[in-house]
Design a binder for this molecule. Structure first.
Ligand SMILES: Cc1cc2nc3c(=O)[nH]c(=O)nc-3n(C[C@H](O)[C@H](O)[C@H](O)COP(=O)(O)OP(=O)(O)OC[C@H]3O[C@@H](n4cnc5c(N)ncnc54)[C@H](O)[C@@H]3O)c2cc1C
Length: 328
């Protein structure tokens, strides 16, 4: 087998056929690793009609962009992705292969790691180079401790949380080349039904501000107020698990150990007590603002700013003040 070489980033294409924010952040992280390891950065893009997105990615500092444009990849199918990527990655074994800790990254990378016989660390919040080793840091025990890990294989795979890296500024374009691999002719998976649960302008994991509600919101009406505040701040609405279980918020909104992991600049937790399971999904946020009627709620221990009060009284004046500030 060839020696491992290069930092590879698996790109994701989001709304309007644009690379997602986490993809650009990964290129920034990849560049940083590459300069310390003396490696090159390659970005891999798979999908249908991804040529333009590949050209856009080429502006963000990789040394090359390799794309696989095939109608069979119009939606994510792990069997087709693994079948297409494994032969290529066996012929050009990467030293490091990164993806976002997104739904796709979480589903694809364990399968890929198994097929490539490669060590994988998921949900990373920091990547460092120590001599020739790559150290990967991730929260463990529901976010109550941080582990720094090193894999024992020559190839290293990792999924990385959104907003860990910084997207580079666009500059001169790198080479864009078709990926020399074939998509498998068939998959054992077939799509029975597709339901778009909620379309929102700002995906939760990429939002600079997340406004989340908990059980204390008491119903859907409370969430309408959170949606209004998120709109003022160009942010997204999140939720703890009980509102999702009760059907007041879409399951795509759930933040926490069994939901999404977010790290916005500002996280506003309304009527959320601050369970370990919730904190593990938002504890890395820049500033945490809590609104809760219980002064002893645990969320105040992790909050930078807190308001003790009933959200029904606090939110109207909060949104009016925000509106005023945003208009200035
Ligand atoms: C395996 C497992 C996985 C889990 N995964 C997740 C997960 O991913 N995400 C998650 O969030 N949870 C998860 N949970 C559930 C978790 O343990 C907690 O039960 C949950 O986070 C509590 O949600 P909460 O804070 O909204 O509700 P509660 O703990 O009931 O808190 C409600 C808060 O609202 C306040 N409140 C009530 N009324 C008002 C009002 N009018 N104004 C202001 N404040 C008010 C109360 O003072 C209280 O602090 C998981 C649990 C298990 C066992």
């Amino acid at each position: 087998m060839a020696d491992t070489q290069g930092i590879y980033i698996l790109a994701e294409i989001g709304e309007a056929e644009k690379p997602t924010a986490v993809t650009l952040e990964l290129i920034g992280l990849g560049r940083d690793l590459a300069s310390r390891l003396g490696e090159r950065v390659s970005t891999l893009v798979l999908g249908a009609g991804v040529r333009e997105a590949a050209q856009e990615l080429a502006l963000y500092g990789p040394d090359e962009v390799l794309f696989l444009d095939d109608p069979a990849l119009s939606r994510y199918d792990p069997e087709l992705y693994v079948g297409a990527l494994v032969p290529f990655l066996e012929s050009r074994p990467p030293r490091v292969l990164l993806a976002g800790h997104t739904s796709l990254g979480q589903d694809l990378f364990p399968r890929l790691a198994f097929s490539l016989d490669c060590g994988l660390v998921t949900d990373c919040v920091a990547l460092e180079v120590d001599g020739g080793d790559i150290l990967l840091t991730r929260p463990i025990y529901g976010g109550n401790a941080i582990a720094t890990q090193k894999v024992g294989t020559s190839k290293v795979m990792a999924t990385v949380r959104a907003r860990v890296g910084e997207a580079p500024q666009p500059s001169s374009a790198a080479a864009v080349t078709p990926l020399e691999t074939a998509v498998p002719a068939s998959s054992r998976l077939s799509l029975k039904e597709r339901e778009v649960l909620q379309s929102r302008e700002c995906p939760l994991e990429e939002a600079p501000v997340v406004v989340s509600g908990g059980r204390g919101m008491g119903g859907e009406d409370g969430f309408a107020q959170l949606t209004e505040i998120a709109g003022i701040l160009s942010g997204a609405v999140g939720a703890s698990r009980p509102p999702v279980d009760s059907g007041w918020a879409a399951s795509t909104c759930q933040v926490g150990i069994t939901g999404k992991v977010v790290a916005p600049d500002i996280y506003i937790a309304v009527a959320i007590s601050g369970s370990t399971q919730h904190l593990s999904g938002m504890g890395e946020s820049g500033k945490i603002v809590a609104i809760n009627k219980d002064p002893d709620a645990y969320i105040f221990k992790v909050a930078d700013y807190g308001v003790v009060g009933d959200w029904r009284q606090v939110l109207p004046s909060f949104s009016a003040a925000l509106r005023e500030i945003m208009q200035e």
